[in-house]
Design a protein around this ligand. Structure first.
Ligand code: EPZ
Length: 464
């Protein structure tokens, strides 16, 4: 990597969200077919873990294919608060954590981004101490972190939780974490990533049994190994990490976002449009592709990193159960529900990963869907048509589901709660406009009382 002193912290002024994300709405006119191709951005859930992982390295790290998202910006701001130097140029992030000044992450930043808890492992590994506010729950669930905490305790950290703070420090003379045998009672993605990062600089060998197998876990392991870590088995349910004393600089590119890719596949299916997706990893979408084929949609691997979706005449019903990878991803549940709302027949969707991830049902029903919730099950009775309506996004993937439903609905949909959308979808409006969708983001105040629409046919990819 070029010898580039990272001297500034440019770029971390929230590039993605319009200042008034909370007071803007997205107006979408449905029924327009889509066409063309869309390039998939870097994976949000890889970027967040890998940015935290750069704290393990006392030298320059260059990370490429970083999506411009609010969550990524917030993670960068947390590193800045810890004394890390960052320089962002487009999708390239240069990080230097040689001068970490402190071990406490600021509450006002952590409270906005649960994933900031990922810094606890690297801070303990580098400094032997970390004070991280306990990440709150969110709309989809309580999101506890006891698996992270127990694993760190097994590695020799003393962890106390009081007054909403997780105070952790490594006992012992050299304040080094020790390798340990860890079994996760649930294959938690975050706990696997926290413990894998902590173990990279521990003394001895750590084994994580019943580890998460998500592609983002593999991506993080590959990133750490590119800095000289010794991680084996990532992507399987048993990961072994042999601790090393120091990591070195790297130049690493993040994998494409499989959830963004799955969302655009569903956009093609729900609007009966043929679309091509560029810069995807088909192997990361096996469960989603299998389900799309089950409902009558053709998905063709056009090249090593390109997919094409060719819809059938109609959407068949099917059942879905969300599971840890390689099962059907919970992050695609809401989007697939929007598709099945327009299927022929009844579908049963069971959400097994999070306890409260069916809140999009009420909003989809406002658009004419026929969905009933029983516990963590949603019974989706397909309807011939959805109709546009004012709806409110309740979480990141729910907001994506509402966008998809709006693209297929008859008439205009107005979506509030865009701060959810901005967390996880880079340039969503721009990408959809380029595919021929008719949508615009407008200040809420500009929407007439009767929701009178501007002429959707004027909305083209040249729209501002
Ligand atoms: C990651 O969250 C993702 N986020 C989530 O994506 C994703 O839905 C989830 O993994 C599952 O795939 C990031 O990577 C930043 P978990 P994480 O720990 O790590 C319970 C999105 O939309 N659990 O695998 O928090 C937990 O309550 C987001 O992009 C414990 O009980 O997920 C949940 O029910 C949403 N104790 C289940 O495990 C713990 O200590 C799965 O959580 C940890 C987790």
């Amino acid at each position: 990597m070029e010898d580039r002193a990272i001297t500034t912290s440019r770029g971390f002024i929230n590039p993605q969200t319009s200042p008034d994300a909370d007071s803007s709405v997205l107006q979408i006119w449905g029924g327009y077919p889509l066409q063309g191709h869309v390039k998939i951005s870097g994976a949000k859930n890889s970027a967040l873990a890998i940015i935290a992982g750069s704290l393990l390295c006392p030298e320059d790290c260059r990370i490429r294919n970083v999506p411009s998202l609010v969550d990524v910006t917030r993670m960068g701001q947390i590193l800045l608060a810890l004394g890390v130097k960052l320089d962002q140029n487009g999708d390239i992030l240069d990080i230097n954590a040689s001068g970490i000044r402190q071990s406490q992450a600021p509450y006002e930043l952590v409270s906005q981004l649960r994933a900031s808890f990922f810094v606890i492992g690297p801070l303990l590994a580098r400094l032997g101490v970390a004070q991280i506010p306990l990440p709150g729950g969110c709309t989809i669930g309580a999101r506890p972190v006891e698996l992270h905490v127990r694993g760190l305790q097994a590695m020799g950290a003393d962890v106390q939780i009081e007054h909403g703070m997780v105070n952790a420090y490594v006992t012992g003379k050299n304040r080094k974490l020790k390798g340990a045998e860890i079994y996760l009672s649930y294959p938690s993605v975050g706990a696997t990533e926290t413990l894998m990062m902590a173990a990279t600089l521990a003394e001895g060998e750590t084994t994580i049994e019943n580890a998460a197998q998500e592609p983002e876990v593999m991506d993080l392991a590959n990133f750490c190994n590119s800095m000289g870590a010794r991680i084996r088995g990532a992507g399987t349910n048993t990961i072994t990490i042999s601790g090393v004393t120091r990591l070195h600089s790297t130049d690493y590119s993040i994998i494409p976002d499989r959830v963004e890719a799955g969302t655009y596949l569903v956009a093609g299916a729900i609007t009966h449009s043929e679309l091509s997706l560029l810069s995807v990893v088909p192997d990361h979408l096996t469960a989603v592709i299998a389900k799309l084929r089950e409902v009558g949609v053709q998905v063709v691997v056009e090249a090593a990193n390109q997919l094409r979706i060719i819809p059938g005449q109609s959407i068949m019903a099917t059942d879905i159960e969300t599971l840890p990878y390689p099962g059907f991803p919970t992050d695609m549940q809401a989007q697939f529900m929007a598709l099945l709302a327009l299927s022929e027949g009844d579908s049963l969707i069971t959400e097994t990963v999070f306890e409260n991830r069916l809140r999009h049902v009420a909003e989809l029903n406002r658009m004419g869907a026929d969905i009933r919730v029983k516990g963590n099950n949603a019974i989706v009775r397909g309807v011939p048509m959805l109709t546009g309506a004012p709806v409110v996004a309740t979480d990141l993937r729910a907001s994506a589901a509402l966008v998809l439903a709006a693209l297929a609905a008859k008439g205009k949909t107005t979506i509030q709660g865009l701060h959810h959308l901005d967390r996880g979808y880079e340039k969503l409006e721009e990408k959809l406009l380029s595919l021929g969708a008719k949508l615009q983001r407008v200040p809420e105040s500009s929407v007439d009382a009767d929701g009178r629409a501007s002429n959707p046919d004027l909305l083209t990819s040249q729209s501002n």
